[in-house]
Design a protein around this ligand. Structure first.
Ligand code: ACO
Length: 698
């Protein structure tokens, strides 16, 4: 696909207004060295190339056929390509699953696969590959080769990106539009780009995820080797709706997407501008050899702004004052300060500035430099461009540098010129630090050891038998005693519980459990027990149990008149602790995912939850817990003791493995999981399990 020896364009046209003409023109103009075969039923010549009437007439092996003919003719062309022995198809044509025409799209893939062909698209703008100087798109042309690969789901945005890469001086190794992803998807392309030496950073624009399970695993591999930046639209509710109708695939829930991307080591950009700024920097800069950076500035204000930005983006500032004083002793003007941010003051001349930068860059204990400049009258701005170019050229291979320049017209010109040469200059100090922060995140990712997935022992077969029993009973959820058995198999610490089928049994059971007790209705017809008045808490004595028993039956019968009530579950009231929720579900995009949050307002109002693709190991579970904004409550605030975080991690790990290995579970939630002081464990007060609908049952 990326390095074809010969390429055919089916639908090549002599008419410059046709897409088939533009593709041929771009292939020719991009300097593709292989053979090009325009295919058009009229024959003749197109842009000086002989057009064949049928691909079958071509007297050479064809590796790639670009198809740009109306949708109803594509199947015929695919058959002809198969018969010819073409290896890959690039189907530009629209009018398939994105407008509901799913069957035709599937037929194309079936046909192609039957002939051993892979399909890119349909509904795409084509493919650019620097490896073979091939621009087989209908974009504006003029792509500069370079180290950045772009994979985009949106065609129009991808085409617009071609222009943007030129103005932003981003050179491309590849640009691929995936469109409807009928066959080849992002994961396939990432596998190629991971191994492609030209590609040093990858930018992806994603609208909806289809095979998220595989995408996540592939991204986790690739990001250990090269940086991947993702822009995903569909963040707002309205945006998700637009994206869903745009591509025919549903945009996944944003929280899950965000968490899974972070887990996979992907950098998620907020805007196209940020994404471009990051990939340009990441593709051209060596990783820092250590954690600490120094800010050199001629203005105190921007120095402080950069310091704030460093904190936000995880850039650590070097603060060994003895080394800083020594480093800058010869280069610091009278009023300057060698405290980091190192302030040369507005008195600094261009030479002072250059000497200070040199001092930073030769010092091995300093691992990265942030060079800030505010335009002043004392400074010879005319010389500035040359000075920065010189510093950058000498150190570019050794140490990461970002430059941020602020000033008027002359500074704007310096910015424009240096950016054009690929020097990392930014007009905004936050943008500069954000790029360096992205580089540090990449470094942390690449240094993180890849742990083999921990395998834990769970009695899956026993749990499956309980699920099968519920299914055989026509239920999609487990009754409390069944859920309690699952909890026991998982080794969760559940409150004592006894099923009472009569008032007498209720009273006796309460005595056996010990007061106070809680009571919950058990009925296959009542899922939301509290809403039906089927729950009573904190019952202190026999009289209260009697009253509650009658009240529960009365209220449930009124609420769901035909409900078959098996009995009432008598449960031990657990001691108060911090209430948390651990859940896991089959996500429509990413498959099994696990969630952790603090209960009550933290989940409901503040949406303070952490997600990960399941299964997770213990250290990932601990990371999830630490991700919460409300994490300090678990660490112990205002004199309270630290909570048993290891015991929470244990439940998270178990649920994540269960949801991964028992795909028939749609949703499982322990709510609340009450957490006690360190060493005292947790108690799973309520475990709710929903089973997937068997296929074909409505
Ligand atoms: N084999 C070879 N050539 C053929 C065949 C065939 N089986 N059938 C038709 N042709 C020729 C036609 O004769 C014509 O050549 P001509 O100009 O010499 O007559 C040429 O192929 C093109 O066929 P047309 O019928 O003229 O089709 P047209 O070019 O108008 O449209 C296209 C084809 C562009 C594929 C259209 O159907 C389409 O899907 N457009 C949307 C493309 C798109 O937007 N894709 C998503 C990109 S991303 C984004 O959103 C920007």
């Amino acid at each position: 696909m990326f390095e074809p020896r010969a390429i055919a364009v089916i639908g090549a046209s002599a008419n410059p207004e046709k897409i088939g003409h533009q593709v041929i023109e771009n292939i020719v103009r991009s300097g593709y060295p292989g053979e090009v075969f325009p295919i058009n039923p009229r024959g003749g010549e197109i842009l000086g190339l002989r057009a064949h009437k049928d691909i079958g007439e071509v007297d050479a092996e064809v590796d790639v056929a670009v198809i740009a003919i109306p949708a109803e003719r594509v199947t015929g062309a695919v058959e002809a390509c198969g018969a010819k022995g073409v290896k890959n198809l690039v189907v530009i044509t629209s009018g398939f699953s994105e407008i509901g025409n799913l069957e035709a799209e599937r037929r194309i893939v079936r046909l192609a696969r039957a002939h051993g062909m892979r399909v890119l698209g349909p509904n795409i703008f084509g493919i650019y590959s620097a490896a073979s100087s091939l621009d087989a798109t209908f974009g504006p042309g003029g792509i500069t080769p370079g180290p950045v690969a772009i994979i985009t789901q949106s065609g129009a945005l991808g085409i617009a990106m071609i222009g943007k890469t030129a103005t932003e001086s981003v050179g491309l190794s590849a640009l691929v539009s995936v469109g409807n992803k009928a066959d080849i998807d992002e994961a396939d392309l990432l596998e190629y780009l991971e191994a492609d030496d030209r590609t040093r950073a990858i930018l992806m624009y994603i609208e909806g995820v289809k095979d998220g399970d595989r995408l996540q695993r592939t991204l986790a591999e690739v990001t250990r080797v090269k940086p991947v930046v993702v822009i995903k639209s569909g963040r707002s509710k309205r945006g998700s709706m637009a994206a869903a109708s745009h591509t025919g695939s549903l945009a996944g829930a944003d929280e899950v997407f965000d968490a899974v991307m972070r887990q996979s080591g992907v950098l998620r950009a907020e805007s196209i501008q940020e994404a471009f700024s990051w990939v340009r920097y990441l593709a051209s800069t060596p990783l820092p050899s250590g954690d600490e950076a120094v800010i050199v500035t001629n203005g105190g204000g921007i120095g402080v702004m950069a310091t704030d930005a460093c904190e936000k983006h995880g850039v650590v500032l070097y603060d060994d004052q003895a080394v800083l004083t020594e480093t800058f002793s010869d280069v610091m003007p009278d009023f300057g300060s060698s405290k980091n941010p190192v302030d040369l003051t507005g008195q600094a001349t261009a030479d002072d500035y250059a000497r200070a930068l040199d001092a930073v860059l030769v010092e091995d204990r300093i691992h990265a430099a942030i060079a800030l400049y505010c335009e002043t009258a004392l400074f010879d701005t005319g010389r500035f461009g040359g000075l920065l170019r010189d510093v950058y050229t000498r150190y570019r291979e050794r140490k990461p540098i970002v430059f941020s320049l602020f000033g008027g017209e002359r500074i704007e010109k310096v910015l424009h010129d240096l950016r054009g040469e690929g020097i990392p200059v930014f007009g905004d100090v936050y943008e500069a630090v954000s790029a360096l922060g992205a580089l540090y995140r990449v470094r942390r990712r690449m240094r993180r050891r890849s742990e083999p997935p921990e395998s834990i022992d769970l009695p899956i077969e026993e749990i499956r038998r309980i699920l099968d029993g519920a299914r055989a009973d026509g239920r999609r959820f487990l009754l409390a005693p069944e859920a309690a058995r699952v909890a026991a198999h998982l080794g969760l610490d559940v409150p004592k519980s006894i099923l009472a089928r009569s008032l007498d049994e209720a009273v006796q059971s309460a005595g056996r459990i010990g007061y106070p007790v809680a009571m919950k209705v058990v009925s296959k017809d009542i899922v939301h027990k509290s809403d039906a008045g089927g729950v009573a808490l904190d019952l202190e004595n026999e009289d209260e149990v009697v009253d509650a028993y009658q009240a529960i039956l009365r209220s449930c019968r009124a609420h769901v008149p035909d409900a078959v009530i098996t009995g009432v579950e008598m449960v031990e009231m657990v001691l108060p602790g911090v209430e948390t929720i651990v859940g896991a579900k089959q996500d429509p995009s990413f498959g099994p995912v696990v969630m952790f949050g603090l209960g009550g307002i933290y989940v409901e109002v503040m949406k303070d939850v952490a997600f990960r693709a399941a299964p997770v190991d213990r250290s990932t579970a601990r990371e999830m817990i630490a991700d919460l904004r409300s994490y300090p409550l678990l660490l112990g605030v205002r004199g309270e003791a630290r909570r048993d975080i290891d015991a929470i991690a244990d439940v998270v790990v178990k649920l994540s493995h269960l949801i991964d290995r028992c795909r028939e579970i749609a949703d499982i939630e322990v709510n609340p999981l009450v957490v006690y002081e360190r060493g005292e464990g947790t108690r799973a007060v309520d475990l709710r399990i929903l089973i997937k609908q068997p296929k074909g049952v409505s």
